[in-house]
Design a protein. Sequence first.
Length: 101
Amino acid sequence: MKKEWVKPEIKFITDPDIILGCLYEVYGQEQKSVLAGKNIRHTMIFPFLRMLANNTQGDIRDLEALHQRLWKIYEKEPEKQVFVQQGEKILEAVRKGEDGG
């Protein structure tokens, strides 16, 4: 007898700090592409931005603008932990509706 797969009702959500930490690492790998002006949709950066947008209760429509803000932090802050903290502040502003992304 074949068992039928039942989709779980629990939604899986990754913490934003984990996603930001991964994005920091991806920025390190994709740095040449970003500096060359390559479209972020054709890099490993885009899926992480989508995860952040899906994770945030606010409405992030412009992933390019979010990327630009996070990239500026990445360029200024060489430490991963500082990048994550600053990124969380941006996401918190979006959640509160203070910023459209």
